[in-house]
Unconditional design. Structure first.
Lengths: 334, 240
């Protein structure tokens, strides 16, 4: 690779794409370092696929600048296409070719030299566990195999950047696990940008997450950063019995921001489940426990609630909808 | 892919059956009475039947199928341009079309082998006829590729192609004999229609007359149809 190392793999600045008066992507900027695995999250119609298509050079952008490994997509489209392995949404494949024929055809299209292609195909077949079906016709493969053929095809030419639009859509949990391991095995070697709806999967494989809604980036960072940034609070759950009326006062003494968020009725043994929340990020679990015990409350369980990426996603997209509702959107109503 | 796909062989089989049938019926005519043109001329005079049926069947799939399946997206994200894709599809369709026609050479060989009558096998009209098929095929296949780029539905593309070919082949003949074009003010139009008489081109080729204007007609038509195909594919991506 002739480029010098500091160039980021993907650089997007102020990207805008409008279709017939509708703004699909509205002023997006982000950078992806080499070897990073990035998750692209967003509700349907948020502009994920459009952004990915622009990155691959398939669609031209309305305005903004996109470069892949330092090559601007608009002017050096061919160079960009050589550096990107792309798997579109729904993974279109020709139904009447055999798996090995298809990979050979794609390898030649992607300018893999003929002498190397045979061994490279064997490698990706091995990597994606496709050896058993290499002579089968693609149209007769099950969804999981088709998906893996798509992934094998995108890594075939060993591009430095891989873009996959919903690679795990329609797969069963076991196949998702395989695909996830496969993507994780590319870590460090290739830059991977994947979009998905399946949040736990993104959380497990990706180094960083971009949440996009209505064509804008509403949050970005590692999953833990996002939790802090978007939810902005930690939550605790305590199951206790005794004189609970004193609890708010006790909590105020530990941390002024700590308060009772919700309380459930007592169960047969007199224990209540109480949810506490605080804006403070420090772990105050021990302090809560000590305070409760010193006041003679009986504590059965105390846990710090871990917000999932799902909560983050919902909060971030809701926040952006609120923001959008607050301002008139010229692009939607011309 | 074309050569391993069974549909190619089914198409080739039906094409040869049709052409064989036409060829035999021509020969039957000849066995009944003396004719004043050679059998090859009579054979190539019905070129429009296979053209109107075979060209749409060969070309309707080429771009429509890619768009319907979405494989055009994976295709165009490899280091190839739209122009290369369209030209590749065109070249494949044209070569297959010519291979089909070349297989009809077998009919003449059988005639030569078993009739042994030099009078029936005048090489001039045969060579001229094949030359005409090769040159006019450039345009017909380009029209097929263009109509295939217009729709993602193969059937629609096929029907459009039949209509367009019929308009080019039969429409020009109709216009050539239309009385309303004889008016003085329409003389340039009449001359233009005169150049586009595909039937007369066939007769010229059969007689061994290769007119540069006729070659230019097919070449420019082909280039135009291919440019429109490329623009159509790109426009559909932009508005997808």
């Amino acid at each position: 690779m002739p480029e010098s190392p500091p160039l980021p793999a993907i650089e997007v600045s102020r990207l805008v794409k409008t279709y017939a008066g509708v703004t699909a992507v509205n002023d997006i900027s982000f950078t992806v370092a080499r070897g990073e695995i990035i998750g692209f999250l967003g509700p349907n119609g948020a502009g994920k696929s459009t952004t990915m298509r622009i990155l691959t050079g398939y669609l031209p952008a309305t305005s903004g600048r996109v470069s892949i490994c330092g090559h601007p997509v608009a002017t050096e489209t061919d160079e960009v296409k050589r550096r990107v392995g792309y798997m579109p949404e729904n993974n279109p494949l020709p139904d009447d070719m055999r798996v090995s024929e298809y990979l050979y055809f794609r390898g030649r299209l992607k300018e893999v030299p003929r002498p190397m292609l045979g061994s490279r195909i064997d490698e990706v077949l091995e990597l994606c566990d496709l050896k058993r079906v290499r002579h089968k016709i693609i149209g007769k493969l099950s969804k999981g195999f088709r998906q893996r053929v798509g992934i094998a095809e995108s890594v075939l030419a060993e591009p430095p950047v891989i873009i996959m639009d919903e690679p795990t859509i329609g797969l069963d949990p076991h196949q998702i696990l395989i695909v996830r391991d496969l993507i994780a095995s590319l870590r460090g070697r290739m830059t991977v940008l994947i979009s998905s709806h399946i949040l736990p999967e993104i959380e497990m494989t990706c180094d960083r997450v971009l949440i996009i809604n209505q064509g804008r980036i509403v949050a970005q960072g590692t999953p833990s950063e996002l939790r802090r940034e978007v939810l902005g609070q930690s939550a605790y759950e305590i199951e206790a019995a005794g004189a609970l009326g004193a609890l708010p006062f006790l909590l105020g003494a530990i941390d002024p921001g700590l308060s009772v968020a919700s309380e459930e009725p007592a169960d047969a043994l007199g224990f209540r489940k109480i949810r506490l929340k605080t804006v403070n990020d420090d772990d105050v679990g021990e302090a809560i426990l000590r305070a409760c015990l010193s006041e003679g409350l009986r504590v059965r369980a105390l846990s710090r609630a871990q917000p999932t990426l799902e909560d983050v996603f919902l909060a971030a997209t809701r926040r952006s909808w609120d923001a959008v509702a607050g301002e008139p959107r010229g692009s939607r109503n011309p | 892919m074309l050569l391993v796909s069974p549909s190619t062989y089914i198409a080739a089989f039906s094409f040869l059956s049709l052409m064989g049938f036409i060829f035999t019926s021509i020969l039957e005519e000849y066995s009944k009475a003396q004719q004043n043109v050679s059998p090859a001329s009579a054979f190539f005079a019905v070129y429009f039947i296979p053209v109107i049926f075979m060209v749409p069947l060969l070309t309707m799939k080429c771009l429509a199928e890619e768009r319907r399946l979405g494989t055009i997206e994976t295709l165009l994200t490899t280091p190839v341009t739209t122009t290369e894709v369209v030209l590749g599809k065109y070249a494949a369709s044209y070569l297959l079309y010519m291979a089909f026609w070349a297989s009809t050479g077998g009919l003449f060989y059988i005639l030569y082998r078993f009739a042994g009558d030099a009078h029936l096998l005048d090489p001039g009209p045969i060579i001229g006829g094949y030359l005409f098929i090769a040159v006019s095929g450039l345009l017909f296949v380009a029209i097929g590729v263009f109509t295939s780029s217009l729709s993602r539905n193969q059937a629609v593309a096929g029907i459009l192609c039949v209509t367009a070919l019929a308009a080019v082949i039969l429409g020009s003949r109709y216009l050539g004999s239309a009385a309303w074009l004889d008016r003085e003010s329409l003389a340039p139009l009449k001359a233009a229609v005169g150049y586009a008489q595909i039937w007369e081109h066939l007769q010229d080729f059969s007689r061994g007359v290769v007119d540069a204007r006729e070659l230019l007609f097919y070449a420019s038509g082909t280039v135009l149809a291919l440019i429109f195909s490329i623009l159509s594919v790109e426009a559909k991506i932009l508005h997808s």
